[in-house]
Design a protein around this ligand. Structure first.
Ligand code: COA
Length: 182
């Protein structure tokens, strides 16, 4: 009986795309869209990541990712969900029934880090496969920290984030400035 239930679930390909998303950028959206064309369900894992001391609270980072999912779903048909996690990546991947970890590769320097990370993750769980997608042209130089820095100094970030993310990020920066002053 249980086999009957397992078969359809097993045949569904589930991927996991993790990051701190502080904030989510058009570079991340590129990876989300392309990864979602390769799976039936893509889980986007927003890492709490306190060691990175994120500027945006977890709730804002999640909201910014959630906002774009209907657009991606309409284009790719994949089921998309956002979760937060505060554990080893492979544990979160297992917990959400995924077998693939998607990673975006931009510049050569990403490669060293990614090779180390995929090696460790494979040691931790060899049934989970890492899949690397080369960043599309035009998104290879984007990073969340650069976007934060441009915004902090009043530069235009509209090319790198959605209007809603821009608004939330600017509000967080304002709040931070206010907290520093008081
Ligand atoms: N487009 C735009 N930016 C991209 C990108 C892309 N395609 N791919 C990566 N980036 C940027 C991110 O914005 C981030 O920028 P920042 O450093 O300026 O903030 C940077 O590249 C690093 O991204 P990423 O590799 O996703 O790191 P992260 O810190 O956002 O998330 C986790 C890393 C959550 C996946 C990782 O810390 C993790 O797995 N944590 C869980 C603990 C664990 O399992 N550890 C052992 C793993 S070996």
């Amino acid at each position: 009986m249980s086999g009957m239930h397992n078969t359809p679930l097993k045949s569904r390909r589930v991927g996991f795309y993790a990051g701190t998303f502080d904030p989510v950028t058009t570079g991340h959206l590129d990876v989300i869209e392309r990864a979602s064309r390769l799976v039936d369900r893509l889980v986007i894992g927003v890492a709490r990541n306190p060691t990175k001391n994120p500027l945006m609270p977890l709730e804002d980072r999640i909201a910014c990712v959630k906002e774009v999912l209907p657009i991606v779903h309409a284009r790719t048909g994949a089921e998309l969900v956002v979760v937060s996690f505060d554990s080893l990546l492979v544990h979160a991947v297992r917990e959400h029934g995924a077998t693939l970890i998607f990673r975006g590769l931009r510049v050569m320097s990403d490669f060293d880090y990614e090779i180390q990370m995929s090696g460790v993750n494979r040691r931790l769980d060899d049934e989970i496969e890492s899949v690397f997608l080369m960043a599309s042209e035009g998104t290879q130089f984007i990073s969340s920290s650069l976007v934060r820095e441009i915004a902090r100094y009043g530069g235009d970030i509209s090319e790198f984030v959605t209007p809603e993310t821009q608004a939330r990020l600017l509000a967080c920066l304002k709040q931070q400035k206010h907290t520093i002053k008081t």
